[in-house]
Design a protein around this ligand. Structure first.
Ligand SMILES: O=C(CO)COP(=O)(O)O
Ligand SMILES: O=C[C@H](O)COP(=O)(O)O
Ligand SMILES: [Zn+2]
Ligand SMILES: [Zn+2]
Length: 286
């Protein structure tokens, strides 16, 4: 199927009360694992690349691989820039055919975040590319912050109303207690805050840092309006675990296909489980 925007995918998700996985990729095996898992589940899927991923793999390779996948896969596929921080990066992604971009202005004060997000919405909107923004700060699990700081970083519902109205953004990443990377303890999500934001804002909401979040919390988040769920760490860990295990058992092996094949299968398993959990299985339009 040709590429679709994240906006289109999330409109359907919102109507159908399910969420769609946005899986980070940075090489061919991850692209294949994501697309094969989504095809087997007959689910729409979002492949996303961070600026670091584009630097590592090259924007030409990432776009070419995902386009090739979309040509052969009978499901809706979107290619999205994850945590874009510069205008230049965003324009470059649009030029290379990304159907969706994230502008992450969360490190700036509200006014500045609104200003840069609005600018991106104007340019992306002109060429039919959808935009995700971030309000509140979704940090990393490694960030050493106190409980009160955590609270202060969470998305303020009234600010969310103003932000969405003034920027015209298509979807919004919110901070409700998740963080990027592996959790040390069990993450506690602020569902009251999510409910409040959901009731006030009428665009799809995005959950970042969703690896390692208990299944029950994911279900509750989807019930309360989360439509896009970002997963990276769980895939990375499946990849690393499988490669380590294979090389421990086969220390003399040097064929990349034999080393990476099992890793791809393990990533696929993780992705299929997520797709089922998010409720998007069978929604691929077949
Ligand atoms: O939010 C993410 C990408 O934007 C992914 O977070 P995790 O690495 O915690 O899954
Ligand atoms: O949100 C961050 C994603 O997990 C991507 O991480 P990265 O910048 O290391 O590629
Ligand atoms: Zn951010
Ligand atoms: Zn993120």
């Amino acid at each position: 199927m040709p590429f679709v925007t994240v906006k289109e995918i999330l409109q359907d998700a919102r109507k159908g009360s399910y969420a769609v996985g946005a899986f980070n990729t940075n090489n061919m095996e991850i692209v294949q694992a994501i697309v094969e898992a989504a095809v087997e589940e007959n689910s729409p899927v979002i492949l996303q690349a961070s600026q670091g991923a584009l630097k590592y793999a090259g924007i030409e390779y990432i776009t070419a691989m995902v386009k090739a996948a979309a040509e052969i896969a009978p499901i809706p596929i979107a290619l999205h820039l994850d945590h874009g921080t510069s205008f230049e990066q965003i324009v470059k992604c649009i030029r290379y055919g990304f159907t969706s971009v994230m502008i992450d202005g969360s490190k700036y004060p509200l006014e500045e975040n609104i200003r840069i997000t609005k600018k991106v919405v104007e340019i992306a909107g002109a060429v039919g590319v959808s935009v995700e923004a971030e309000l509140g700060k979704i940090g990393g699990t490694e960030d050493d912050i106190s409980v009160s700081e955590k609270e202060a970083y969470m998305t303020d519902p009234q600010e969310a109303v103003r932000f969405v109205k003034e920027t015209g953004v298509d979807s919004l990443a919110i901070a409700i207690g998740t963080a990027h990377g592996p959790y040390k303890g069990e993450p506690k999500l602020d569902f009251d805050r999510l409910e409040k934001i959901s009731s006030l804002v009428d665009i799809p909401l995005v959950l970042h840092g969703a690896s390692g979040v208990p299944e029950d919390s994911i279900r509750k988040a989807v019930e309360r309006g989360i439509c896009k769920i970002n997963i990276d760490t769980d895939i990375r860990q499946a990849f690393a675990r499988a490669v380590r295990e294979f090389l421990e058992k086969n220390p003399k092996e040097y064929d990349p296909r034999k080393i990476l094949g099992p890793a791809k299968e393990e990533m696929k398993k993780v992705i299929r489980e997520k797709i089922r959990l998010f409720g998007s299985s069978g929604k691929g339009g077949k």
